[in-house]
Design a protein around this ligand. Structure first.
Ligand code: MN
Length: 207
């Protein structure tokens, strides 16, 4: 069985990016619902027993995939953001890759915001790295993750489902994504970049 992981900050600590009400709906209701739904599948589908959340995400489809992937995506999302002033800066290696692959950090931010704005309907905008360290932006729909079918490894993500920003930003997805960049947890992103592996989130989500 899986559990809603603890956040590494309080629900009021993410202002001005998010206020408490946005966090309460998104974390306590949306994220929790995906985990509760996945656990219902775990009770009835014995093929899921003993698998990590990453394995379930890589090998399932339909409702199991949707809820497993959304459980994973949200945990990854929460770890990628931080209270104002606590996110530090990209590691030297990551900054060198950003400069090489996007021209500058400002260019990366602009392309990420643009990719998120252009993600049609519900989805996610991801900063990813391949096994050689090359960075790319990937837009996915609904619950989809970039690392299925040997795709690249995610190092940062922004949720662009309307439920992620509508309380604080209403329809202003661009404003949400621009604000997001001021509170990126660069320690987390840099760790993901240097690990060259899909982040193991199962260990903090097992109950
Ligand atoms: Mn969400």
């Amino acid at each position: 069985m899986f559990k809603l992981p603890n956040l590494p900050y309080t629900k009021t600590a993410l202002a001005p990016l998010f206020n408490e009400e946005q966090m309460t709906y998104h974390y306590d209701k949306h994220h929790k619902a995906y985990i509760d739904n996945l656990n219902k599948f775990m009770e009835t589908d014995s093929s899921l027993k003993g698998k990590s959340l990453e394995e379930i995400t890589l090998t399932s489809s339909g409702g199991v995939f949707n809820n497993a992937a959304q459980a994973w995506n949200h945990t990854f999302y929460w770890l990628g953001i931080s209270p104002t002033g606590q996110g530090e800066a990209p590691s030297q290696n990551l900054m060198a890759a950003i400069t090489r692959d996007f021209g500058s950090l400002d260019e990366l931010k602009a392309k990420f915001v643009d990719g998120g704005v252009k993600t049609f309907g519900s989805g996610w905008i991801w900063l990813c790295a391949d096994t050689t360290g090359k960075l790319s932006l990937v837009s996915t729909s609904n619950a989809a993750v970039p690392f299925t079918n040997n795709g690249p490894m995610p190092i940062l993500v922004a949720d662009v489902w309307e439920h992620a920003y509508y309380i604080d930003y209403r329809n202003l997805r661009q404003k949400y994504l621009e604000t997001f960049w001021a509170q990126v947890n660069w320690s987390f992103v840099s760790e993901n970049y240097s690990s060259k592996k899909v982040r193991d989130l199962t260990k903090i989500m097992m109950s």
